[in-house]
Design a protein around this ligand. Sequence first.
Ligand code: X2X
Length: 331
Amino acid sequence: MTRRSFVMSATAAVTTFSIVKPAFAATYKLATNLPAGHPMLARLQEAATKIKADTNDEFDIRFFPNSQLGGDLEVLSQLRSGAIQFYPLAGAQLSNLVPIASLNGVGFAFNTIDEVWKAMDGEVGTLIRNALTDSGLFVFNEMFDNGFRQITTGSKPIEKPGDLAGVHIRVPPSPLSTSLFKAFGAAPQSISFGEVYTALQTKLVDAQENPLPLVDSGKFYEVQKYVSLSNHMWDGFWILANGAFWKKLPPETQEIVSKRFREAALAERKDLVELTGSITEKLKAAGMTFVEPDREAFRSALNATSFYADWKEKFGAEAWATLEKYTGKLG
Ligand code: X2X
């Protein structure tokens, strides 16, 4: 072997050894129906930057916000088929695949965010996470906060239950949300989040309901006039991964991603509590009128319908009892 061929084979060996990429090295897709400016996106992007650093720039997550890849349920199919790898999604939309996923969304179940996290980091969360896992998805432990949902309208404020009669209101594609507003005599229309602004602008609907951070980041203040602080439902986001993709990742990589997503979820929960005050002022400055409706009147109006009895039957007595451990008797 000549000196020259020895040097060439040694160089080749070194080069081959040094550029062997770990099996998981790739760019992965995370899609979301949330607007780019939402606090959850900011925390997830922060986590993605840390994950990339923790994995020597090998594990790269590319974001597709604003429903770029399609409607809420369309993208859920893309996650299940493996076309995308990550998808933060609320229990409302997930209930189309796993009905129990909207258990936490029962009308007026929770009064405070502390009650919510006791339940969602407790037995209610476990019940839902297990059911989502049984559907083949990988579900990260900690939920992100979406917040308590408020009603916004274009033409008139909602101050008492009767004000909802006949109101064309957008709800997420969720049987529970549709039934809640039907119970108040409204005309709910389930529309994917990415199409809400246009539906309001074109007056296809006159109202929608979402937490204030989404009224802000969705720019709904441009197409709505009133905010009724109904707190009629709490919902959050599960961070989902395609099950097959997740299983193939090395355990140390799974731990890095889980750790960074956990940190992001806990930070985002704090963000939303801190932001609510400043967002209220921003929306008022943008011309929105806030009203404090009589929530007890809404709760007793709902009690007078079969809403709670119907959903107790649909979710099942065991799940309902688990929820009531945290909310007290419902209905
Ligand atoms: O669709 C909605 O309204 C949203 C973004 O709040 C949810 O994902 C439930």
